[in-house]
Design a protein around this ligand. Structure first.
Ligand code: GLU
Length: 552
């Protein structure tokens, strides 16, 4: 029996004429140097930040080279897929403005001419190539049961030899085609395996974009190409898809490095042009005990992409941080090119960390603070409104009702050369400004701490004297002079130098006085510019708040 007859018996309704696919998915007509890259997740739940980083780099490089970025859903492992996995992935990407040029949009819709982009919808393509490999003597049906495979492993473990289905261990490799046909006709379950031509003692070299040359033994394992459900395993699907989709750069996690010899072998057998590979390190974290470990979906909330939306951390800040992680020379480029679009940055694979980058939430929040501080008050207001609409309806309604007032609050110490950097996220803003709204200023919940001045009578005296004799708000200098006068009247030093020289001459100093006013108005001892705050509150509300303290 010929290989062709066997192949026809296995796949009677599939054509092994793969030239139709070559024609259907021609080489892309792109400018010299254009990178075609992809994100190829399995739809197993929400996207991990590490995957988002991979997706981001994979989308960034095509953008800077006039290439193509596409999304392929790798769902051939049915057990691991979840129903709305695809929608979840698309949402996570679009929420981060990672837009695809091609690929799956949902389970049924896609854009681009190289689809379908969901692997479970490409069964016929994989089977065509599998059939061709059977005809060419590079693949065969394997009838081994799980128990038989377990037994092989046990024997190998016992003999302390390499584990796997290869060489003499590959029981079904040397069956005759007649025997194979007989068992198929009998209804025995089977899978399709590669008949690996590799020699373990020989070497194959991966020229990794990130890590340079890596030498590994050739693959000699007869890996599974097609499972018993007719769908391929990762290796076979990856090679066929990335060839037919004309991918030039495969960027993926470092856990795939050891599979490269298999992929290289498949590319060679199928006579496909191999893409360039870049294997990216995992995201790491320093845990509470100071040791380095993987950023974990289970343990670290910041590993989840949705975390950033829930907190209201601007995606632009996350992107800047991701680029900082991805390329060690990005930070210095960004320092001097803050006004340019990020896509002006030339991504250098050699500057990608091999050992995995340390994910530092504090650093990301600092980037975020910096980013938000540079926005106009109107933009911050707009973003805050959008964020609170979803995550804090009460505050949303409040700022909507008081739009101009809120913009004025957000404008304190903003739109100037060195803006104030208070807000690390939109979710954080309310913590900083709630006291500016009477609706949120609930005296029964307030525990005033006036710092150095503890005596209630003294506090009342300061506040009353101020409002009766020294309150003025039209001009910042006069405002400040008046506070000094208040100090002089009540025996506090208005001049810090004089105070330092002779502290015993005074009850305290001007800072103690402004702290009393500040705490009475805001409950906080540290706030943005007090003059600006008082201007926005206005005399009536300042007086009311002082009274609340007196009631205490
Ligand atoms: N589906 C694989 C994964 O999620 C993709 C690896 C690749 O990008 O080729 O790890």
């Amino acid at each position: 029996m010929t290989n062709k007859e066997l192949a026809d018996l296995i796949y009677p309704n599939i054509s092994s004429d793969v030239s139709i696919y070559e024609k259907k998915y021609p080489e892309r007509n792109l400018p010299e140097g254009a990178v075609v890259s992809r994100f190829a997740p399995s739809p197993t739940g929400y996207v991990h930040m590490g995957s988002l980083l991979t997706a981001f780099i994979s989308s960034f490089v095509p953008k800077t080279t006039n290439g193509v970025f596409f999304l392929r859903i790798e769902d051939t492992d049915g057990k691991r897929s979840i129903d709305d996995g695809v929608a979840g992935i698309i949402k996570d990407l679009t929420d981060f403005n990672i837009n695809i040029d091609e690929g799956a949009l949902d389970e049924h819709k896609s854009i681009g001419a190289y689809g379908p982009y969901i692997q479970s919808q490409r069964k016929e393509i994989y089977q065509s190539y599998a059939k061709k490999l059977i005809e060419d003597g590079f693949a065969y049906p394997c009838f081994c049961t799980e128990e038989e495979i377990d037994l092989i492993r046990e024997k190998q473990e016992h003999k302390k030899t390499r584990i796997g289905y290869y060489g003499a261990w590959a029981k079904c490799r040397d069956l005759s085609n007649e025997e194979r046909a007989e068992r198929i006709k009998r209804g025995d379950k089977f899978i399709i395996r590669l008949k690996s031509p590799g020699v373990f003692e020989k070497k194959v070299i991966l020229n990794d974009l990130v890590r340079g040359k890596i030498e590994m033994p050739e693959n000699d394992i007869d890996i599974v190409l097609i499972k018993s459900d007719g769908l391929p395993l990762y290796h076979f699907a990856h090679v066929i898809d990335d060839y037919l989709m004309r991918t030039t750069h495969v960027l993926r996690g470092e856990e795939w490095i050891s599979s490269y010899p298999i992929h290289n072998q498949l590319f060679n057998i199928l006579r496909f042009k191999e893409p360039r590979y870049g294997h990216l390190g995992l995201l790491m974290k320093i845990d509470e005990l100071g040791s380095r470990r993987k950023l974990s979906k289970r343990k670290d909330p910041e590993a989840r992409v949705s975390y950033y939306h829930e907190k209201g951390i601007p995606i632009e800040a996350v992107k800047i941080y991701l680029l900082t992680l991805a390329n060690s020379n990005f930070e210095s480029w960004y320092e001097s090119n803050q006004d340019k679009p990020l896509t002006d940055f030339k991504f250098d694979f050699k500057k990608v960390s091999e050992s995995g980058s340390l994910f530092d939430l504090e650093k990301l929040l600092n980037i975020s603070k910096n980013y938000i501080s540079k926005l106009s008050a109107k933009d911050v207001y707009k973003n805050l409104k959008q964020y609170t609409k979803k995550y804090d309806k009460e505050f949303h309604d409040l700022i909507e009702k008081n739009e101009n007032y809120t913009i004025d609050i957000l404008n304190i110490e903003r739109e100037q050369k060195k803006p104030r950097k208070d807000y690390s996220s939109y979710g954080d803003i309310k913590n900083h400004i709630w006291y500016m709204y009477d609706d949120l200023f609930n005296p029964s919940l307030i525990d005033y701490d006036f710092q150095n001045i503890k005596n209630k009578k003294e506090i009342t005296l300061i506040l009353n004297t101020y409002i009766e004799k020294y309150y003025s708000i039209d001009d910042k200098e006069i405002w400040f002079d008046n506070i000094k006068k208040l100090c002089d009247e009540l025996g506090y030093a208005s001049n810090m130098k004089e105070y330092k020289d002779n502290p015993e001459n005074y009850k305290g100093n001007i800072t103690d006085i402004t702290t009393v006013i500040r705490v009475a108005l805001t409950t906080k001892s540290m706030t943005p510019d007090l003059y600006e705050i008082m201007k926005l509150l206005g005399k009536r509300r300042v007086t009311e708040r002082f009274k609340l303290v007196n009631v205490e």
